[in-house]
Design a protein around this ligand. Structure first.
Ligand code: ADP
Ligand code: MG
Length: 347
């Protein structure tokens, strides 16, 4: 019987559903399971086995209290301090776990030192590239003028907040049109609400707003040109890596004018095997996703891949350690992870 320690708890029944489901399946599969939120480690009982498998879910309680702070009026997704708090927290949790379970050998599916990395887009892209994973291409820039000049008639420039997610805080410069999905309030960039749709506003030629944006932590990338495989829709591919396998993938499609393919920003999903993408392209995407997972040091991760110009040219855009699970009607990730085949948990 293997032992699994499940940490974290959603802040709603909905955000907790994947974790709750996983705990159920793992118990049914005969694992010894202990589960608690991160701040309640002290209340946990003890494990029989020497080997403990730790599976982390998103630390909502900590995040909501410390990182997503309502009175923080900064530009969304640009706070280094929030990222540092988040990173430090995982190391503290690791310290506590090692103290509490002294004498045990803890195997981390999501190692504490790697857990926060995907929230830093600069670090993520640089790690992936250092490990030979093809990614979106970062653009070096000095001045505001220089960056504006990088948008050519063929290819625009994507500016994303460095620590953001859910397709929020994105600005796109094309040679003849600039747009941002920050809220534009007079001559200030501001935020929409956490759960709003972040709609794009045209800001062509607004050097003042661009200057303001670049005073914050951002990543600047060359635009990836989505090939026309889905009636002109913009799309990307999400591959789930579990151990050494990609057990499921899907594509996310959105109107090109929407600029982003995040589900939270209105994208629709087509699951495998109904993506219409040829098996050899999917095979290449799975290999890239597995290499990306290795580069990030994560045994369970969602990897997002775009295609530049054609399906033969996959590029990783981002990684997600605390990924949502696929719709259960298409793939039961909780059951898969708890199954023998996942190989995720050690004896
Ligand atoms: N370099 C790029 N070129 C074209 N589209 C991009 C580029 N980078 C990101 N996107 C689009 O924007 C979306 C959000 O970017 P991403 O890096 O995944 O940030 P987030 O953490 O907000 O999801 C992606 O899903 C993709 O649709
Ligand atoms: Mg994304």
């Amino acid at each position: 019987m293997k032992s699994i320690l499940v940490l974290g708890k959603g802040d709603t029944q909905y955000s907790d559903r994947n974790r709750a489901r996983f705990v159920d399946y793992a118990k049914k599969a005969g694992f010894e399971v202990l589960a608690s939120d991160y701040h309640e480690l002290g209340k946990l009982g003890s494990f029989k086995n020497e080997k403990i498998n730790a599976l982390f879910f998103f630390p909502y309680t900590f995040w909501n209290a410390n990182c997503e702070v309502p009175e923080d009026t900064k530009l969304y997704g640009t706070s280094r301090a929030a990222y540092e708090k988040f990173s430090k927290y995982f190391l503290e949790v690791q310290g506590e776990l090692e103290q509490k379970f002294r004498g045990h050998d803890i195997h981390y599916v999501i190692p504490p030192q790697n857990a926060p990395i995907d929230r830093d887009k600069v670090e993520t892209i640089s790690r992936l590239r250092a490990n030979g994973v093809p990614t979106s291409e970062p653009v070096d820039y000095g001045s505001v003028d220089e960056i504006a000049g990088k948008a050519t008639p063929k290819r625009g420039v994507f500016i994303k907040c460095r620590y953001g997610s859910e397709g929020k805080g994105i600005t796109v410069l094309r040679h003849d049109k600039w747009v941002t999905n920050y809220k534009v309030e007079g001559n200030q960039l501001a935020n929409y609400g956490v759960y709003d749709k972040w709609e794009f506003t045209e800001i062509t030629g607004r050097m003042d707003l661009l200057g303001q944006l670049l005073q914050n932590a951002v990543i600047v990338e060359r635009e990836i040109l989505t090939p026309d495989n889905f009636g002109g829709m913009k799309f990307d591919l999400r591959a789930y890596v579990v151990g050494n396998v990609v057990p499921h993938l899907f594509i996310r499609l959105n109107n090109v004018q929407k600029e982003v393919t995040n589900y939270s920003q209105g994208a629709t999903i087509k699951h495998h095997p109904e993506t219409g993408i040829k098996e050899d392209c999917l095979r290449a995407a799975r290999e890239i996703a597995k290499n990306a997972a290795k580069a990030m040091g994560l045994e369970f991760v969602g990897i997002d891949i775009m295609f530049d110009g054609s399906l033969e040219n996959p590029k990783v855009v981002e990684a997600q350690a605390f990924t949502d699970f696929p719709d259960i009607r298409n793939f039961n990730m909780a059951k898969y992870m708890a199954g023998e085949g996942s190989g995720l948990f050690k004896e």
